[in-house]
Design a protein around this ligand. Sequence first.
Ligand code: SF4
Ligand code: SF4
Length: 297
Amino acid sequence: MTVVVASGKGGTGKTTVSVGLALSLEQPVHLLDCDVEAPNTHLLLPNAGLDLASAQETNRCTVPVPRVNPDRCTGCGACSAFCGFGALAVVRNRVLFFDDLCHACGGCSLVCPEGAITEVPHEIGTIVDSHYGPIHHVLGELHVGQTLAPPLIRAVKERADGLATIIDAAPGTTCPVMEAARGADAGLLVTENTPFGLHDLALAAEVFADLGIPSGIVLNRAGIGHEDEEKLRAVSRRFGFPILMRIPFSDAIARAYAEGRPIVSAVPGLRTEFRAVYDELARMAISPSGAVSGARS
Ligand code: SF4
Ligand code: SF4
């Protein structure tokens, strides 16, 4: 089963939950960091008490971008007219090309009547594989200044081969989140019980509902924010996404977080709760219509 962990709002504890879930399964699992603009699962895992099983392997992630053969180009402008991203401009019969705007769609080379456009690899980021105990950790990292997160996210997801898979998605509701969530069996939305947290939770829930991904909610830092949970329960009811876990706001958890340690190492009892969350998501993935009736709100 593939579970994507997301949150409308940044800073809710999404990565904490992703790592906690992976560490709690006690089985081989892929942990994919698809928050490629700001990955940080690698800051927690080395402090989980697991052996680094082998050397880390780093691979480049590239996308094909066009190059123009000036000997064949007639300056007709068909390529720049086609490109919807402004990555090509024809000035005085010369094609100017802006790598950073290119979305690597390949369209310009298809429409060029002279066959003047070929494609070359353009590096957008790296993918680092490592193995901590039973966890296969894959970290995607977009180079500074690059904007094409989706191809890198797809490349990270291709590293998983059918084992249990936990995906740490970017916060928000933009293209990188959609790409990370695409094809997932279940979603886990992490929030906090504050006006910002609940507002952005509703946005994320709308995305996951539209994608048809059965999902649950984790309330992090339970005990801060609204005194009652009525607004949170309203979001839960509206989308049929049950509240599956409450992580308390406690000294032990805050200290672990500040020290870069996974919270399951600070509060071992959380492992049992994470496993129960995973089991419930598996049940919902098999029978999505049971999501509402399975709510623990
Ligand atoms: S590959 Fe697509 S996005 Fe890139 S320059 Fe060509 S048409 Fe534009
Ligand atoms: S479509 Fe081909 S021939 Fe026309 S301007 Fe672009 S590269 Fe040159």
